[in-house]
Design a protein around this ligand. Structure first.
Ligand SMILES: Cc1cc2nc3c(=O)[nH]c(=O)nc-3n(C[C@H](O)[C@H](O)[C@H](O)COP(=O)(O)OP(=O)(O)OC[C@H]3O[C@@H](n4cnc5c(N)ncnc54)[C@H](O)[C@@H]3O)c2cc1C
Length: 472
């Protein structure tokens, strides 16, 4: 929907003049490119896009939104599957050009601007032999990932991304600058570690980093998909006895058409251990031996490689411009019934690009007290993640229907707790409250009421501000 008034109004010209970055309206030729997000299923048309280059630009964008009564969407890396990095009709604060990363090797801390990708953070941290725990596809934005948790190969040893957050600098919707940390604005600091983008626009994230790499051991050991029940049982039996440095997910996928894999197996459905050892490489060979010696693998491609390669090896399997419909479920148990259901779903993926991932949720993230952060799920469990993706929109109904049905099957074994960063648009609302639970949601709502009482920031897993009488 075009908005000629906004495109040409004096207020827009004033905003343009105030920025170092750019204002893009539907009249601009780059509008259709810039409004796109990772998930090609999301097709939204903001009234204005402000491509910020600094905090002053963020302040100017928010002042304009307040003056014009526009709701505000915020984009970091644009990877939200639910499409939260854009909106229809509002003002989109696009931070994706603010990608600076600064490492303090002496303090082992890393500061990232809000448009930095995971690859940006890894690349710069690795210069100093450090790593911030994050996710596993390098183009994902660090901002959205951190604010709602952040899971990846270092989580068993060092915790979630939000568990390694030391502070944020934030611009509130009223244009105030606040820092939240363990010492300042502590309730806000609690809320931004799992409460998503509800409270303001973060302009700087400060993380604790850890000595990892530059070389580590990683790869996959794959079996015919029919062997899934035995592979899943082996993972369930072995995981507790593996060091925290080891990340071992089980993935169901078709072998990608990549040089890395033997050509005779490409395209074949397999079930695989996805192994990553974030410690000494020689020790790693010993740790992964039991997985490589299990059964008769079709493919065994484990090798030492740089951490930055490990962190981008899944990039080709997650192409831009694909239709995406995801779901996830934490299963408290992983007995024969749960494993049987997962094996059946994994053997029947609806498209060549769809992946099912079984992630043991244990070790460091579960050692954080449940009330320490707004990230609500701290129980040992099994996160089942269905990455539904396909190229042709003509397959949308069929593939989306398949993911929904698979999700419903998993939900029968779950507690309702999902990982919000992995949910799709139509799932989000109904599962948000289940994730945070009533008491935590009330606490989050009070923080929301303090920092965004009019819910200007509502394109997220939204926390409605607490009514005035609850703001205690
Ligand atoms: C290919 C792919 C791989 C993924 N892999 C992983 C993984 O390994 N581990 C994992 O935990 N998750 C993973 N995810 C999920 C990921 O964490 C979420 O999609 C997350 O939202 C991505 O953040 P973003 O900045 O790219 O998203 P965006 O779409 O830009 O933003 C998402 C949300 O964050 C808010 N937000 C963004 N920036 C700010 C800011 N500066 N201030 C306030 N609010 C802000 C937005 O308002 C929005 O609500 C993956 C997603 C994709 C598409």
């Amino acid at each position: 929907m075009r908005s000629p008034v906004l495109e040409s109004s004096p207020a827009v010209e004033e905003l343009r003049a105030a920025l170092r970055g750019q204002v893009i309206t539907p009249a601009d030729p780059e509008y259709d490119t810039v409004r796109r997000v990772f998930n090609a299923m999301i097709d939204r048309r903001p009234a204005l896009i402000v491509r910020c280059l600094d905090t002053a630009d963020v302040l100017a964008a928010l002042a304009h939104a307040r003056a014009e009564g526009l709701p505000v969407a915020v984009r970091g890396g644009g990877h939200s599957i639910a499409g939260h990095g854009t909106c229809d009709g509002g003002l989109l604060v696009d931070l994706s050009l603010m990608r600076g990363v600064h490492v303090d090797p002496a303090r082992r801390t890393v500061r990232a601007q809000p448009g930095a990708t995971l690859g940006d953070v890894d690349r710069e941290s690795q210069v100093h032999g450090l790593a911030v725990p994050s996710g596993q596809v390098s183009e994902t934005g660090i901002a959205g990932l951190t604010l709602s948790g952040g899971m990846g190969m270092l989580q068993r040893k060092y915790g979630l991304t939000c568990d390694n957050l030391l502070s944020v600098d934030m611009v509130t919707v009223n244009g105030e600058l606040v820092t939240a940390s363990a010492e300042q604005n502590t309730e806000l600091f609690w809320a931004v570690r799992g409460g998503g983008g509800n409270f303001g626009i973060v302009t700087s994230f400060e993380y604790r980093a850890h000595p990892v790499g530059p070389m580590m051991l990683a790869g996959i050991v794959a079996y015919p998909v029919e062997e899934a029940p035995a592979v899943l049982e082996f993972l369930r039996d072995e995981i507790a006895d593996t060091p925290d440095e080891l990340s071992t997910d089980v993935v169901f996928l078709r072998v990608p058409d990549l040089e890395f894999f033997p050509s005779e197996h490409r395209g074949r459905p397999v079930v695989a251990f996805f192994l990553r050892y974030a410690g000494d490489v020689d020790e790693g060979w010993e740790v992964v031996r039991r997985f490589r010696e299990f059964g008769e693998p079709l493919i065994d491609v484990v090798a030492p490689m740089p951490l930055v390669h490990v962190q981008s090896m899944l990039d080709p399997a997650n192409p831009r411009d694909h239709q995406q419909y995801w779901t996830s479920e934490f299963l408290p148990e992983f007995g024969p019934d749960e494993r049987g259901a997962v094996a059946r779903i994994g053997a029947d993926l609806p498209s060549p690009e769809t992946v099912l991932q079984v992630i043991p949720f244990d070790a460091a993230p579960t050692r954080v007290p449940a009330d320490a952060t707004a990230f609500a799920h701290r129980e040992e469990s099994w996160l089942i993640h269905i990455v539904g993706q396909w190229a042709d929109p003509a397959d949308n109904d069929r593939c989306r229907g398949w993911v929904r049905e698979a999700g419903a099957t998993l939900r029968a074994f779950g507690t309702g707790a999902a990982y919000l960063n992995l949910l799709s648009e139509d799932e989000a609302d109904m599962r948000v409250s289940a994730f945070w639970n009533d008491a935590r949601l009330r606490r989050l709502a009070r923080v929301k009421a303090q920092y965004d009482p009019d819910n200007l920031l509502r394109f997220n897993h939204n926390i409605p501000p607490a009514p005035a009488e609850d703001e205690r």
